[in-house]
Ligand binder design. Structure first.
Ligand SMILES: [Zn+2]
Length: 57
């Protein structure tokens, strides 16, 4: 399950199980399940990261 943090200036997207209640990045409890669009953004970022790493090498 993918979650998004709603804290200002965080908006961290992360994978967690149903028991997760806080953002692993900022520690706030303002998280909710990501929407389909947000999940797509999450995977797009993962792909971009991989491409960036390859280019910079
Ligand atoms: Zn956060």
């Amino acid at each position: 399950m993918i979650y998004i943090c709603l804290a200002k200036q965080c908006h961290f997207l992360f994978i967690g199980d149903a028991s997760i209640q806080t953002c692993p990045d900022c520690g706030k409890k303002s998280i909710r399940a990501a929407t389909a669009a947000e999940r797509m953004e999450f995977f797009r970022r993962q792909t971009e990261l991989m491409h960036t790493e390859r280019r910079s090498g």
